[in-house]
Design a protein around this ligand. Structure first.
Ligand SMILES: NC(=O)c1ccc[n+]([C@@H]2O[C@H](COP(=O)([O-])OP(=O)(O)OC[C@H]3O[C@@H](n4cnc5c(N)ncnc54)[C@H](OP(=O)(O)O)[C@@H]3O)[C@@H](O)[C@H]2O)c1
Length: 282
């Protein structure tokens, strides 16, 4: 056994030497507010160098400043639209310019879309697929080979409790998170034995501006399902990821809801979820 480990370690050693002199970074998409910003603060508070990504430069710079004030750790801001096919190259270039390398990737940027599916614009559905599915897939695919070569680091993809059940009135959003859950669990299995941690976080509702952004603020789930703070969800994701958990269910209520959604029959759960998600008539 020890001989086999040594043989396997030589290429990993070489891959690590290729980034010698650079600082490992936790790269978080959608880090300018909400869960992404909370995750950046948690990682920074534990001494990690964090890099946050979003499109709005002013909000991103303010968020980096908040992280530095709260934790005393430098945060780097990269203005980038993750849906761009050149996003990974842009991120890699900026990391190199800051003497950093990607050690942990957090695919957190995501958007929702509420209302009847037939009423959505093609453009809004394409945008949701581009952010929640295509960019997560592309960035994960591009980041993985180096992580595997170095035999360290990891990827956290942010899914949702909605991954476990079809969500009428947020149909495309729920379906996108089912994809994220499925993809990430499969990759975690493919990567077992590589020392690279692959996890999917499956939070229930979080108190962020996400719901208002998609016009779902008045839906019943906002009042009937307990909402967690972004800080609490972020702490839970951090600890469970550190411990090597593959499917991260933050808090106490979320694991119970996940169990119910997984094991109760769809004829019960799908109409119930539809009722919770439906927007009230104007
Ligand atoms: N809130 C919830 O109840 C909840 C529950 C379960 C799962 N989640 C998931 O958790 C994640 C974060 O949600 P949140 O509530 O924190 O959302 P949020 O408050 O709306 O923040 C979204 C972040 O993503 C960034 N972003 C959006 N589009 C982007 C793009 N194309 N490129 C780069 N960055 C982009 C936004 O900045 P810019 O707009 O400046 O780019 C912002 O920083 C999402 O994946 C969401 O699906 C949320």
């Amino acid at each position: 056994m020890p001989a086999r480990h040594q043989a396997n370690d030589a290429p990993a050693q070489a891959a690590r030497e290729a980034v010698a002199g650079l600082t490992p970074a936790v790269v978080i998409s959608g880090g300018s507010r909400g869960l992404g910003l909370a995750l950046a603060k948690v990682f920074a508070a534990r001494g990690s160098r964090v890099v946050i990504i979003a499109r709005d430069q002013i909000a991103l710079t303010a968020a980096a400043h908040k992280i530095e004030v709260a934790t005393g750790v430098k945060a780097t801001a990269i203005v980038c639209d993750v849906t761009s096919t050149s996003a990974f190259a842009t991120i890699a270039e900026q990391l190199q310019a800051n003497r950093l390398y990607l050690d942990v990737l957090v695919n957190n940027a995501g958007i929702g879309l509420a209302g009847p599916f037939s009423s959505h614009d093609d453009h809004d559905i394409d945008r949701l697929i581009a952010i929640n599915i295509a960019s997560v897939t592309r960035l994960t695919r591009r980041a993985l080979p180096d992580l595997i070569a170095r035999r360290r680091g990891g990827i956290i993809n942010i899914g949702s409790l909605g991954a476990y059940v079809p969500g009428a009135h947020q149909a495309a959003y729920y379906a996108s998170k089912a994809y994220v859950l499925s993809l990430t669990e499969a990759l975690a299995t493919e990567c077992s034995g590589t020392s690279v941690k692959i996890a999917v976080a499956v939070p229930g509702p979080i108190n962020t501006t996400f719901h208002a952004e998609m016009g779902a603020e008045q839906s019943l789930y906002r009042t009937l399902i307990p909402q967690m703070s972004a800080d609490r969800v972020a702490r839970s994701i951090y600890w469970q990821f550190t411990l090597g958990k593959r499917v991260i269910l933050p808090g106490i209520v979320t694991p119970c809801l996940a169990l119910a959604l997984k094991y109760l029959p769809h004829p019960i759960t799908v109409p119930l979820v539809a009722w919770l998600l439906k927007k009230p008539m104007a």
